[in-house]
Write a protein that binds this ligand. Structure first.
Ligand code: MN3
Length: 208
């Protein structure tokens, strides 16, 4: 078996996003929740013709993959990809660069209006899912997705697919319940303190 998918290595420690994202949540989120999605992907692909393919190949060719547990594969690969993206955009004390700021101002009126709209979409997302800022055809949009549906895994069944995600925030209770319990909006607002705007800006500068 060639499948040797590993969790992406975090470039920071579990406690480095305190007090906004707490140490215990970060540790469990990464070592248990994210690991479980990845383990499921491995076990689903294990005895199939795709077991020697790369994860990149699987994602790129997801529409053509023909296995009995395809729905489960989509859910779990989404879980893996969404979390891998999420860890990458977290860092405290960054400043929003001008190029992205101008575009957010133009698209949403102001940065504050953008944040308010993102929070509104996030807090009103019913059930588990994610809230995203994506860039598609050079237009910035805030959207939410259910469960582990992902803008990155292009099944061609949603308008947002094929867009580049710039920001993604996990809205599953496991991502905030230990610290914030039912205070979902407080969790969402805390996110602005740990969002790596430099990383987001780099993604924004990619052409699509
Ligand atoms: Mn999660």
């Amino acid at each position: 078996m060639d499948i040797n998918f590993k969790l992406p290595v975090l470039s920071y420690s579990y406690d480095s996003l305190e007090p906004f994202f707490d140490t215990k949540t970060m540790e469990i989120h990464y070592t248990k929740h994210h690991q479980a999605y990845l383990n499921n992907v491995i076990s689903i692909l294990k005895n199939t013709e795709y077991c020697k393919k790369s994860l990149k190949y699987i994602i790129k060719n997801i529409k053509e993959i023909n296995i009995s547990s395809k729905k489960s594969l989509i859910n779990n690969i989404g879980g893996h990809i969404n979390h891998s993206f999420f860890w990458e955009i977290l860092k405290k004390n960054t400043v929003l660069p001008d190029s992205l700021k101008i575009s957010l101002d133009n698209s949403f009126g102001s940065i504050n209006e953008f944040k308010k709209y993102f929070e509104y979409i996030a807090v009103n997302h019913f059930g588990s899912g994610w809230v995203w800022l994506i860039k598609k055809n050079n237009i910035l949009q805030v959207i939410s997705t259910n469960n582990q549906d992902s803008p990155i895994v292009d099944l061609g069944n949603f308008d947002y697919q094929g867009g580049i995600p710039l920001i993604g925030l996990d809205l599953w209770e496991h991502s905030y319940y230990l610290k914030y319990q039912n205070r979902k909006l407080e969790y969402i607002k805390s996110f602005w303190n740990v969002l790596n705007w430099n990383k987001v800006n780099n993604l924004f500068l990619i052409d699509n």
